[in-house]
Structures are given as C-alpha cells and as structure tokens.
Design a protein around this ligand. Structure first.
Ligand SMILES: [Zn+2]
Length: 80
C-alpha cells in the first residue's frame, strides 16, 4: 500500500468516529491521539477520543492490516 492508501484508510476511520455519537450524551467525539499498537503481531490503530460535550473518553480500535512494523514509525512521525 502507498502512503496515500494509508491516509485514505485513516480518513475512513475518522468518518466512523465522526458518525459515532457519545454513548452517554449523544455528543460528538473528537480524536485526541492515535497510536499504533501490535497485539499478537496484528497491528491496530488505537484512537483515543473525547466527547466535546461531556468529556466522556472512548478508545476506538481499528485493525490496521496496512501497517508493517517498519512502517509504523514512519506513520507516527507523519501524524505528529
Ligand atoms: Zn458525551
């Protein structure tokens, strides 16, 4: 996958987050932080989000099949 594919993938993750209402108040989540984690050698995007309205925190997990171990450092740099 190219970096462009990866960015499109991440955009679709943002769409999921934007379309998920807060489970407490129905407000909108804001993405605070994105981390890449490897669980059993499977890469995941972990998006830490916070409700704009009530401050409720939620972690969104997306499997990230496009990320290879050596790519993840590069990706992190681009996000920071
Ligand atoms: Zn809320």
């Amino acid at each position: 996958m190219t970096l462009r594919d990866i960015m499109m993938y991440i955009e679709s993750e943002y769409k999921v987050i934007n379309h998920t209402p807060c489970e407490l108040c129905g407000g909108e989540y804001l993405t605070e932080d994105i981390q890449v984690a490897f669980i059993d050698d499977v890469p995941y995007d972990l998006c830490a989000c916070i409700c704009q309205n009530c401050g409720h925190e939620k972690i969104f997990e997306f499997s990230a099949p496009f990320i290879e171990q050596k790519q993840s450092n590069k990706l992190k740099k681009n996000l920071n």
